[in-house]
Design a protein around this ligand. Structure first.
Ligand code: PLP
Ligand code: COI
Length: 340
C-alpha cells in the first residue's frame, strides 16, 4: 500500500518514514542488522563523529517502475565508493555485501514510501557511518555505527528540468581530506555551506567551484558534478578534487551509447564561452540544465541557454537515464537492482 503524500510536489527534504536499519561495529566485527523506528541515535558525548567529524555518507535512489517494481540504481557503485570514503578518514570499511543487504532491506521495509510511477519523485536512500567511541585525542574511533535512512524526495533544484543559474566565487574552496572533495565526508559539506548560502542569497541555485590549486579549471558544483556539450561532444572535468559521480559516469556511458564522444579532461574556465549546453549532474540533481554561469569576481556572464530551454543533448541524456531508472527501457548495462 502506498502512503498518501503529495508525491508530485515533494521537495528535496526530509519526511519521516517507518524504519531505518542499523549495524554496529564493535570488538573488531560488524554485528547483526537491526531494524529501528526511532529517528534519533544515542551517541556518546565524546564520540569522534561529534568532535572530529568522523562521518561519511552516500546517496542513492529507488524508483517505482512502469511495471510497479522497485529499482535501486547502481547500488554496488555506492557500496564501493563508501569504502573509499572510509579509507580517506580512517573509518571502518563496510563490506559490499552488508551495504547491499541493508539497502535492500530498508527499501523493502519502507516500500509504501516509494513514490508512484509518473510522479517524478523517488525514494532517496542515505547510508551514513559515524565513529562512536569516546575519544578526545585526535585518533580514529574503535567503534562505528552504520545506518541507512530513506526519505521520499522531489527535485533538488526547485526549477526541476528548467535551466537554472549558477555562479563562481573564488574566495571559497571545497575543503576535504587531502584538500580534495573526493569523499562524501560530512565536514566537507559543512565547509561548503557558507558558499552555498551566499549563492542562494544572490539568487543562484549552486556554486560552480574552480580547481582549488590554480582556480583556472572547472571542478564541480556544490552538490553535483558538471558537464557541458561542446560541438556535439560531452565534456566533463577530470579533476582530483571532485567526487567521482556515479550519475556522471552513467551519463558518459549513455552518451557513448548514443554515439556522442566523451572527453574527461581539464576544462579551462574560459572554455565556457564555447559550449552549447551545460548541466549539474548527480543522484539528487539528476541532470539539471544550466542557463547562465556568472563569475561573481570578474562580473563575466556565460550565457549557455539563450532561449531558456534545456539543450537537445542534455534532454536526450536525461530522458534515457530516467527511462532506465523507471524500467521503461531495457537496462542493458545491468544498473538496476530490483527489490523484491
Ligand atoms: N559531487 C558532489 C559534491 C556531490 O555531493 C554529489 C552527490 O552525491 C555528486 C557530485 C554526484 O554524485 P552521484 O552522481 O554519485 O550522486
Ligand atoms: C546526492 O546527490 O546524493 C547528494 O548527496 C547531493 C547532496 C544532497 C549532498
Amino acid at each position: 500500500m502506498e502512503k498518501e503524500l503529495d508525491w508530485g510536489n515533494l521537495s528535496f527534504g526530509y519526511i519521516p518514514t517507518d524504519y531505518n536499519v542499523r549495524c554496529y561495529y564493535r570488538d573488531g566485527k560488524w554485528g547483526e542488522i537491526e531494524v529501528s523506528s526511532s529517528e534519533t541515535v544515542d551517541l556518546h558525548i565524546a564520540a569522534t563523529a561529534l568532535h572530529y567529524g568522523q562521518e561519511i555518507f552516500e546517496g542513492l535512489k529507488a524508483f517505482r517502475g512502469k511495471d510497479g517494481k522497485v529499482r535501486v540504481f547502481r547500488l554496488e557503485e555506492n557500496a564501493k565508493r563508501i569504502i573509499e570514503s572510509a579509507k580517506g578518514i580512517k573509518m571502518q570499511e563496510i563490506p559490499v555485501e552488508l551495504f547491499t543487504e541493508m539497502v535492500k532491506k530498508v527499501v523493502k521495509l519502507n516500500e509504501r514510501f516509494v513514490p508512484p510511477y509518473g510522479s517524478g519523485a523517488s525514494l532517496y536512500i542515505r547510508p551514513l557511518e559515524i565513529g562512536t567511541s569516546a575519544q578526545v585525542g585526535v585518533k580514529p574511533s574503535k567503534e562505528y555505527l552504520f545506518l541507512i535512512l530513506v526519505t521520499p524526495v522531489g527535485p533538488y533544484f526547485k526549477e526541476g528540468f528548467k535551466p537554472t543559474n549558477i555562479c563562481i566565487m573564488r574566495e571559497f574552496d571545497r575543503v576535504a581530506p587531502k584538500g580534495t572533495g573526493r569523499w562524501k565526508v560530512g565536514g566537507n559539506y559543512a565547509a561548503s555551506l557558507e558558499a552555498g548560502e551566499k549563492a542562494h542569497e544572490l539568487g543562484y541555485s549552486a556554486v560552480l567551484y574552480l580547481d582549488p590549486k590554480e582556480k583556472k579549471y572547472l571542478d564541480e558544483c556544490g552538490p553535483a558534478n558538471f558537464f557541458a556539450i561542446k560541438d556535439g561532444k560531452y565534456i566533463t572535468p577530470a579533476s582530483e578534487s571532485i567526487l567521482p559521480s556515479i550519475t556522471n559516469m552513467s551519463l558518459q556511458q549513455l552518451a557513448q551509447d548514443l554515439g556522442i564522444e566523451v572527453e574527461r579532461r581539464h576544462i579551462p574556465l574560459e572554455e565556457l564561452e564555447t559550449i552549447q549546453e551545460a548541466a549539474a549532474c548527480g543522484t539528487a540533481a539528476v541532470a539539471s540544465p544550466i542557463a547562465e554561469i556568472h563569475d561573481i569576481d570578474t562580473g563575466k556572464k556565460y550565457i549557455v541557454s539563450k532561449d531558456g530551454n534545456p539543450g537537445p543533448i542534455t534532454t536526450a541524456l536525461y530522458n534515457k537515464l530516467r527511462a532506465i531508472q523507471l524500467g521503461e527501457e531495457e537496462d542493458i548495462h545491468n544498473w538496476n537492482t530490483i527489490v523484491e
